[in-house]
Design a protein around this ligand. Structure first.
Ligand SMILES: [Zn+2]
Length: 62
């Protein structure tokens, strides 16, 4: 997801140019949500599930 064509509601300029603090905030949020930050909750859930399965496997062995 890109914010190339997003227009800021505060300064009416392209968000990608970051003319005002709101532009920069939106740009940061867009880039974060499209990057690793948007993926991390899923990774966290997967890691938790893996840990749970590991714990169950260990428990079954004893
Ligand atoms: Zn702006």
């Amino acid at each position: 997801m890109s914010c190339d064509h997003l227009v800021c509601a505060r300064c009416a300029g392209p968000v990608e140019e970051g003319r005002c603090p709101q532009c920069r905030a939106i740009r940061d949020r867009m880039h974060h949500s499209g990057g690793l930050a948007g993926l991390s909750p899923l990774l966290l859930a997967a890691a938790l599930l893996l840990l749970l399965m590991f714990a169950l496997a260990m428990h079954a062995q004893f």
